[in-house]
Design a protein around this ligand. Sequence first.
Ligand code: KG4
Ligand code: ZN
Length: 336
Amino acid sequence: MKDELILAIETSCDETAVAVIKNGREILANIVSSQIESHKRFGGVVPEIASRHHVEQITYIIEQAMKEANCLFSDLDAIAVTEGPGLVGALLIGVNAAKAVAFAHQLPLIGVHHIAGHIYANRLVTELQFPLLTLVVSGGHTELVYMPEHGVFEVIGETRDDAVGEAYDKVARTLGLPYPGGPHIDRLAHEGEDTLDLPRAWLEQNSYDFSFSGLKSAVINQLHNANQRGIELKKEDVAASFQASVIDVLVTKSIRAVKQYNVKQFLLAGGVAANRGLREKLEQSFADNPVELVIPPLSLCTDNAAMIGAAASIYVKKGRFATYELNGQPGLELNH
Ligand code: KG4
Ligand code: ZN
């Protein structure tokens, strides 16, 4: 049978990314052009700047990916693109680039949910076995998602306020660390001790929901109080204490869900999946568990287009193609 080749585009936030994926599982090219340097001085992503960079980069990155994959447009079977959620201006650049390529080469178009993409990054590691559970932890999302089969997502728990990555970035900012702060906190946490008394938001007894804004405020308050009393808390200890609280809640709820849902696999997904402390704690917790733990390599945790191509391959099989009405949808739901 002929190999299936998908050109995938991801521009939902501050990475212009294009990939070519073979048979849904093999990466032929995976180019990520990060704009972090342009946003750093503002302490976060500036939507207008993100859109402008995407416009400047997209054609060039598509060409680069095609060249690296050693592939012609006539070899492709479909064009996939992140349709949401994300920054509307940023999404539109990717969606319109995808439409243009699809139209010019008469190829089917596929819209992919950004979080479905993060989850399917795991399919580039191993074949998915259902039913499975996945913990999605990114800058905008914190969700426990149950999947009975390919392409079906049931959110069993989600954050009621801040996403984990958002809490990481805000605490990092208070500690005077550069944007994005997650990786800096992760690094400092490994050099410090869990000495601060910080809350864990367990919520109602059976809930798989999360809440991180109380923890974030507690860290910021302790830093301010210490500051007013002229005491300097060690950044490393603050990072270690914050990270311990986050990981405790994430891993405890995940293990409980794995027991209740009787799944074959547990996947980790999203930018915060790059967190060393979280990866280590999950590996320890699953060491004696028959459920297979799957964690993507670091390069596939943060935003990339390979994951969009991996998810799109499922939609090709299901015949779920988009029309030229496809649009950027900033608030797109995972179960759409
Ligand atoms: O998935 P992602 O690249 O973008 C979104 O879809 O949101 O996630 C970005 C988030 C940022 O908040 C960043 O600080 C966080 O992932 N992050 C980390 C680590 N690496 C990235 N958080 C904690 N530890 C890390 N090592
Ligand atoms: Zn993401």
